[in-house]
Design a protein around this ligand. Structure first.
Ligand SMILES: C[S@@+](CC[C@H](N)C(=O)[O-])C[C@H]1O[C@@H](n2cnc3c(N)ncnc32)[C@H](O)[C@@H]1O
Length: 203
């Protein structure tokens, strides 16, 4: 049996995704954990960067961003919408992210906003091992995990915060934030969707 790809469904909905994702205010989205983000200028890796909303926000704050997005239809249009020189776009895929790994760089912050729940348990194990190598000392990972019904055509798993904290601990990453809350979007709230926000630090 062929397993659905982790980014299944995204390429078919590009117009709607640009409208939805770009209409959201990144300062509002990141308010619950922005106090744990590095001050500018920092080197940021945004994995599953989507339409580039967050990459552009980081660039506007004085950071430089490597924006990784495997869905061609999203990445190519995002690079046109957000042509800031502080953002570099890269086609790569968790868990192995071979092109990112080959660069040999480290990052002050790795953001994975609404991405981790697309990976299987085995992929999450490989992914965390790679992410831990990409952090500078004192560097942080900020990730959000979705809970609730899976949208038609997507591939998602319900991952608990505790599972991710235990996995991160295997790579010496300490947990700074573990907060589960209902979605801030009315439609998602009505569908009982919740999000867990997690922040880890490499000490
Ligand atoms: C829910 S969207 C979130 C996009 C963006 N981070 C945001 O918050 O607007 C999930 C994104 O993860 C990407 N994605 C899915 N599987 C991935 C993987 N294995 N590695 C990296 N990105 C992935 C999808 O293509 C999509 O852009």
């Amino acid at each position: 049996m062929t397993r659905a790809a982790s980014n299944a469904g995204y390429a078919n909905e590009v117009d709607a995704l640009f409208e939805r994702y770009e209409s959201r205010d990144p300062a509002g989205i990141h308010k619950p954990w922005v106090h744990l983000f590095p001050s500018a200028p920092a080197r940021i890796l945004d994995i599953g960067a989507g339409t580039g909303r967050d990459a552009a926000w980081f660039a506007s704050l004085g950071h430089s961003v490597l924006a990784v997005e495997p869905t061609d239809e999203l990445r190519e249009r995002a690079a046109v919408l957000h042509p800031e020189p502080e953002i570099e776009w890269l086609d790569d895929l968790l868990p192995s992210i071979p092109r990112v790994m080959a660069r040999g760089e480290t990052y002050d912050l790795i953001l994975m906003h609404a991405v981790w729940m697309h990976l299987t348990q085995d992929e999450r194990a490989v992914g965390m091992a790679n992410l831990s190598k990409l952090l500078s000392t004192g560097g942080r990972i900020a990730m959000s995990q979705r809970h609730g019904p899976v949208p038609k055509g997507r591939r998602m798993f319900d991952v608990s915060g505790e599972e991710t904290i235990a996995l991160a601990a295997q790579y010496g990453l300490s947990n700074l934030l573990n907060e589960r809350a209902e979605s801030i979007q009315a439609e998602n709230r009505a569908n009982k969707i919740e999000w867990t926000k997690l922040v880890f630090e490499k000490t």
